[in-house]
Design a protein around this ligand. Structure first.
Ligand SMILES: *[C@@H]1O[C@H](CO)[C@@H](O)[C@H](O)[C@H]1NC(C)=O
Ligand SMILES: *[C@@H]1O[C@H](CO)[C@@H](O)[C@H](O)[C@H]1NC(C)=O
Length: 331
């Protein structure tokens, strides 16, 4: 596995890098960050993490959470993205199932792979990383992005056409243009430089600044306007397209569409609400553990796949999101 090989090759002083699985906690139309209090929200999301996920989220979810779908059992944060649908040439839509990633314990129900690293996907480093404070939230990308030039500039937001679950290159700013044998992966890197003051901002983005470079390169230094280096948060979501690959349209057009109606992928985006209990995330960032070695109380408490999968949030929206649908839910 590429990332484990690279990690093992590291030498010198190091601080923590986390990579872990979270199973699906809910798939529904809620968006507590961009459309708080609104049920249903405009489009379908897949959410992972703590069970306090709701249309409005104002409390300390790290203390209020009763269960989480993440490996680290003190992480009640919520992580979410749009979901993927297949559009048949007959006009019907079907949601593409989500599958677990490579190098995670077997049996995880869908979900995402979450990274809190120093600088990129596969190395740690020796910078001081300040954990997100209680109440912190942010988004990256925007469903309104509708052109390739802007998508290219969002270097942290990419698609990968998977030959298998270990494929990491090439990354593209838009959807693959042919059937991918091993599925499609979406990658969302958040900005990691904070202005040091605001838990959120009106656009949910300007309190943060991205120094992310193209995949697998260390990020640049934080600017004076946003001087505080936070963890490099990133999500990987793997879509199992195998049941649709023999239905690729004969005219060659990409049949996949994100749940807000985006068939190019330019508007790919993701949301984050911090919810680690107490100072657990800071403790991890100050440690020198790497990936699975941070589990089992060294220094983070962790749980097995059965407990992860057992944590669920019931949908607040009564609608079919999984049949063959005449239109995308909410569209
Ligand atoms: C979500 O909020 C509603 C209304 O406040 C409440 O009844 C419900 O129990 C909450 N759900 C969760 C999972 O916290
Ligand atoms: C489109 O094709 C799918 C797959 O064969 C089928 O289940 C669905 O009912 C079809 N939709 C329409 C409108 O014919």
């Amino acid at each position: 596995m590429k990332w484990l090989t690279l990690a093992a090759a590291l030498v010198g002083p190091a601080q923590a890098a986390l990579r872990f699985g979270c199973s699906t906690v809910s798939i529904q139309r809620l968006d507590p960050l961009v459309q708080p209090g609104i049920t249903p929200s405009s489009h379908v999301h897949q959410i992972v993490g703590g069970d306090r996920f709701n249309a409005s989220m104002n409390g300390d979810i790290g203390e209020e959470g009763r269960c989480t779908t993440c490996t680290f059992s003190e992480d009640f944060s919520n992580y979410w993205t749009a979901t993927l649908y297949f559009k048949h040439t007959n006009g019907s839509y079907k949601r593409v199932p989500i599958m677990q990633n490579a190098a995670l314990p077997n049996g995880i129900n869908g979900g995402m792979t979450i990274y809190y690293t120093q600088q990129d996907f596969n190395t740690n480093g020796n910078q001081k990383i300040t954990a997100f404070p209680k109440g912190f939230r942010m988004t990256v990308g925007a469903p309104t992005v509708n052109n390739l030039d802007q998508a290219k500039k969002n270097v942290g937001l990419r698609f990968v056409c998977l030959a298998d679950k270990n494929t990491r290159f090439p990354e593209t700013p838009d959807f693959p243009t042919k059937a991918c044998k091993g599925g499609i992966m979406t990658v969302h890197h958040f900005p990691s430089c904070w202005n040091g003051k605001d838990l959120d901002s009106p656009d949910h983005q300007s309190h943060m600044y991205a120094t992310t470079k193209e995949a697998f390169q260390a990020a640049g230094p934080c600017p004076a306007s946003h001087p505080v280096r936070m963890p490099q948060l990133a999500y990987e979501t793997l879509y199992d397209t195998t049941q649709f690959n023999n239905m690729w349209p004969t005219n060659g057009a990409n049949p996949y569409v994100l749940s807000y109606g985006d068939a190019k992928g330019y508007g790919t985006h993701a949301d984050y609400v911090f919810g680690w209990k107490g100072d657990s995330l800071q403790k991890a960032m100050d440690n020198s553990c790497m990936f699975n070695a941070c589990e089992g109380g060294k220094p983070l408490k962790s749980q097995g796949v059965a407990a992860m999968n057992a944590c669920q949030v019931k949908s607040a929206v009564k609608e079919d999101i999984d049949g063959w649908l005449p239109k995308l839910p909410g569209m």
